[in-house]
Design a protein around this ligand. Structure first.
Ligand code: PRP
Ligand code: GLN
Ligand code: SF4
Ligand code: MG
Length: 488
């Protein structure tokens, strides 16, 4: 493994890669007497972005109060807990670790007292040079409280000699590379910054006299806040008693909005990077039907939840009727994580069940958004055949996932990505599908409206990392990846 890749991977929480993929959600509000209650609701709407831990830090104008726990928002933030978070401003975080283990010490928002007062930070993204920066800070005597990449920013702010908090934050962020949509809370201001590539989303809203920031518009909708706009890549917004001030401390050279947010991560009712996630996913399905038709099929079904809009689009474009062939349990999350492989094996069966009455004797097109290791697809195809489907044609609304993400999505190491070492035909055999078809990278770009192919990051499909130092580091030869046993 080249040295650079080792450096990047050291910060990953799960060296075995044996976990599902997700990311983090952030929410902030300032100028509302019920700031922590509204943050609770906002985090609830963003729960799909992270289920490991959740936290809220509130400011009453003098000091910050924090509560962080492992687990889900609704379980953690009971009324008595929220009562202990008074004040007119708050930020919150739902975490799925990319750097630093899934432990309470890494739960966010991080909060500290330093020479300049109190600060809290909530980060969505991943800093690719965090390990290097941490090593240098530790050599200089810094003592870290967590293993998370985010903490280096806190240290740089505390050490900064700049006169204002926002200037300290800009100085600190100018040292880090990678992805950050980040919120800072002090006693008297909320600061929001988006990295110059704009990898992760961040939107601004208004609720009467208060300002709201959130990873996705779905959180604004829940609290009935008005969507004002998305923060620009490289933009900083400061909200204090004098109002909202925007500046552009970081100049984007090229946008790198995460294309996988549209494919899988974001909630379908959100408007992301200027377009509806639901409409985009339907368009992906239409494009997929054009590129990968399935003539003679009787019906189109989706792998719920994330495959549903694309399956509807596929059915509309192909004229093949849509039906519900798989039912999803409401009691299993999107990221069913089980450390033991033996129990993990049952994950898909616990989550999804086949409708025999719909499938019996049918030639079925099944649409999902992505194949990572191939575990889900393999189990689903077998489940559909066991329920009586006579042919199963698997269609995927993203191109083969061949490269790991270092920008805030916890995709497994390259070796575990089935498409990094297997051809489409080999994957079809592994998952036991009669045929398998993926959308092309060009088709994906067209469906998300990236006409020039210059405004989105596509590295997990294309291997082109926008922070250039990863390009060589992440390109181990595919020959070194073991082939899976292709068994029916
Ligand atoms: O190839 P694999 O490693 O098995 O992973 C791929 C599956 O994981 C995701 O679903 P997930 O269950 O995370 O979420 P969802 O319920 O939102 O579709 C994705 O939509 C695929 O179905
Ligand atoms: N998925 C994320 O955005 C994670 C944020 C941060 N890198 C952490 O691991 O805590
Ligand atoms: S590598 Fe993939 S998942 Fe990561 S930011 Fe780029 S498009 Fe998104
Ligand atoms: Mg899925």
């Amino acid at each position: 493994m080249p040295a650079n890749e080792a450096t990047v991977l050291q910060f990953r929480s799960d060296p075995e890669g044996d976990k599902a993929r997700a990311m983090c959600g952030i929410f902030g509000i300032v100028g509302h007497p019920e700031a922590s209650n509204l943050t609770y609701l906002g985090l609830h709407a963003l729960q799909h972005r992270g289920q490991e831990s959740a936290g809220i830090v509130a400011s009453d104008g003098h000091s910050l109060q924090a509560h962080r726990e492992m687990g889900l928002v609704a379980d953690i933030f009971t009324a008595p807990v929220l009562e202990k978070l008074p004040g007119g401003a708050a930020i919150g975080h739902v975490r799925y670790s990319t750097a630093g283990g899934s432990q309470l010490k890494n739960a966010q928002p991080l909060s500290v007292e330093y020479v300049g007062g109190h600060m809290a930070v909530a980060h969505n993204g991943n800093l690719v040079n965090a390990q290097e920066l941490r090593t240098a800070l530790e050599a200089d005597g810094a003592i870290f409280q967590s293993d998370a990449d985010t903490e280096v920013v806190v240290h740089f702010i505390a050490r900064s000699k700049q006169p204002t908090f926002e200037q300290k934050a800009v100085e600190a962020l100018s040292k880090v590379k990678g992805a950050y949509s980040i919120l800072f809370l002090t006693e008297n201001k909320l600061v929001a910054v988006r990295d110059p590539y704009g990898f992760r989303p961040l939107v601004l809203g208004k609720l009467k006299n208060s300002w709201v920031l959130a990873s996705e518009t779905t959180a604004l909708d829940l609290i009935e806040a008005e969507f004002i706009r998305e923060l620009e890549a490289g933009e900083m917004v400061v909200i204090d008693e004098t109002g909202l001030h925007s500046s552009q401390p970081f100049q984007p050279t090229r946008l790198g909005r995460c294309i996988f947010e549209h494919v899988y991560f974001a909630k379908p009712d959100s408007v992301l990077f200027g377009t509806s996630v639901y409409e985009t996913r339907k368009e992906l399905g239409r494009q997929l039907a054009k590129e990968q038709p399935a003539p003679g099929a009787d019906l189109v079904i989706a792998v719920p939840d994330s495959g549903v809009p694309a399956a509807i689009g596929y059915a509309q474009e192909s004229g093949i009727p849509y039906d519900v062939g798989l039912i999803r349990s409401h009691y299993v999350g999107r990221t069913f994580i089980e450390p033991q492989q033996s129990i993990r094996h049952f994950g898909v069966k616990l989550k999804l069940s086949a409708v025999r009455q719909v499938l019996k004797g049918k030639r079925v097109v099944v649409v999902d958004d992505s194949i990572v290791r191939g575990t889900t697809s393999r189990k689903i195809v077998k489940m559909l055949k066991a329920a009586g489907a006579v042919e199963v044609h698997l269609r995927i609304s993203s191109p083969p996932t061949q490269w790991p993400c270092y920008y805030g999505i916890d995709t497994p190491s390259r070796q575990e990505l089935i498409a990094s070492s297997h051809s489409v035909e080999e994957i079809a055999r592994y998952v036991t599908a009669d045929t398998l078809g993926y959308i092309s990278l060009e088709g994906l770009g067209t469906a998300v409206g990236d006409r020039e192919r210059t405004t989105f990051c596509t590295a997990c499909f294309s291997g082109k990392y926008l922070t250039g130092e990863l390009n060589n580091a992440s390109a181990p030869s595919t020959e070194s990846a073991p082939k899976l046993a292709i068994i029916a």
